[in-house]
Write a new protein. Structure first.
Length: 262
């Protein structure tokens, strides 16, 4: 009897610990690297329609890589509340490559390759596994996640949420978090600086995409970035709009945001 009761109590105790640990994983949290803190927001997974019926009609080459609209299922994950700041980059990397140097502004003039080095060092410092978002995760978050991803609200009133060419002071990026957050409480997904994502770019990647947690094509010559910047018009800040460049390219309107799997 004693052994049975002991086993039952131990089982319940272990179950409570597991449930508590699992619940804790789903909470927003703050982390710190070399004395600089950064906030991570939990995003619930769901299924949404990715892409745009009209496509990216303004691309110079006439190709519409945002079509066709297709259904994608995303598992839950964590995403940075803000774009990676110059302060955080400097704490991790020991330098600030930005052309316009202001600590709590987004870091820029960083290549996709630079971002990988930053992530390696950040993970060493924190003991976690931070990464870039996938392209599908980025669009899901930009559309507002589970609650509003089907409404396309992110294509409306963009200037209220984004520093773009019509409102960015002194024609430069601005301090993170000074515009209105989106429905998930995440800032500057649109405007301020473009954000590198993990995927290789392909004009036909949507036609080849898997339905669940797509990772994009497995090789290529260019990487995708999303969201528009302080020198972008609203049309380029639409959640479906795709842009790309070689992974070693650095520009003063191009930065990053981090993510973390559960």
């Amino acid at each position: 009897m004693y052994n049975k009761m002991t086993k039952s109590v131990l089982f319940l105790f272990c179950l409570l610990i597991f449930q508590s640990s699992f619940a804790q994983k789903k909470k927003n949290y703050s982390d710190t690297a070399q004395g600089v803190s950064f906030d991570m927001v939990f995003v619930k997974g769901s299924t949404f329609k990715m892409g745009d019926k009209k496509g990216d009609l303004l691309l110079d080459n006439g190709v519409n890589p945002s079509v066709p609209v297709h259904e994608v299922t995303i598992d839950g994950f964590f995403v940075g509340k803000y774009e990676v700041t110059q302060a955080l980059w400097g704490a991790v990397m020991g330098n600030n490559p930005s052309e316009m140097k202001m600590g709590n502004h987004p870091v820029e003039t960083v290549s996709w390759d630079d971002c990988q080095e930053f992530l390696k060092k950040l993970n060493t410092l924190t003991g976690k596994d931070y990464r870039l978002l996938t392209e599908s995760e980025w669009e899901y978050v930009a559309r507002g996640g589970k609650k509003v991803s089907e409404t396309d609200v992110a294509s409306q009133n963009i200037s209220q949420r984004a520093w773009i060419i019509t409102n960015a002071q002194d024609n430069q990026h601005q301090e993170v978090g000074t515009k209105v957050a989106n429905e998930l409480g995440i800032y500057d997904l649109q405007g301020n600086v473009w954000e590198w994502v993990n995927d290789w770019y392909s004009e036909s990647s949507y036609k080849q995409a898997t339905k669940t947690n797509p990772q994009g094509v497995q090789n290529g010559t260019t990487k995708v970035y999303r969201g528009g910047s302080f020198i972008s018009e609203e049309v380029f800040c639409r959640p479906a709009y795709r842009n790309f460049d070689k992974p070693d390219v650095k520009m003063n309107f191009l930065g990053l945001r981090i993510a973390r799997s559960l």
